[in-house]
Design a protein around this ligand. Structure first.
Ligand SMILES: [Fe+2]
Length: 174
């Protein structure tokens, strides 16, 4: 199919290209949403969230490039239009609305979790293509970490709302 003799049947290449293009679309939409949050954020967490989202944007940019280049390695054509990314992505946008910091954290957390669930399924589909599986697995770990950072920030918010300042380990440490 792509002229490369790398031990992958055409059918498997097609499955990998499809999974990668979906991952590419999701990463691109999340990239845009993350940068928007970086611009719009206001409030006492401004500096930490502004900087966190800049770092997450950089990570997502690297993912986008790695995914698209792997599509080419397998003989496919990466989606490369804004319309194409929107059509192929599972993530939704909220045009005309500026999120509060908490809403933006919750929304991006949901998007990372959506991608983690999607990539977990995709990894099973491409399990015979070690290269694609490895790339999707690395990104899955990255999205899990980014989700954790956002979730921890929301959980901190809940603690403050409850007027608590100390966190207790659960179960309590001896
Ligand atoms: Fe910036």
């Amino acid at each position: 199919m792509n002229g490369a003799n790398i031990g992958l049947a055409d059918e498997l290449c097609h499955a990998s290209i499809e999974a990668l293009n979906r991952a590419l679309a999701n990463a691109n939409i999340l990239l845009i949403k993350t940068k928007k949050a970086h611009w719009d954020v206001m409030g006492p967490e401004f500096v930490s969230l502004h900087e966190l989202w800049d770092r997450q944007y950089e990570t997502l940019s690297e993912y986008v490039d790695s995914i698209a280049e792997r599509v080419r390695m397998l003989g496919g054509i990466p989606i490369g239009t804004a319309r194409g990314f929107l059509e192929a992505s599972e993530l939704t946008e909220t045009p005309g609305y500026v999120d509060t910091a908490t809403e933006a954290v919750a929304g991006l957390l949901e998007d990372h979790e959506t991608i983690v669930r999607m990539q977990r399924r995709a990894i099973e589909v491409v399990s015979a293509d070690a290269g694609t599986m490895d790339l999707l697995t690395q990104m899955l770990r990255g999205h899990e970490k980014m989700a954790w950072m956002l979730r921890a920030s929301l959980q901190g918010e809940a603690l403050r709302t409850n007027g608590r300042t100390a966190m207790r380990a659960s179960p309590p440490l001896a």
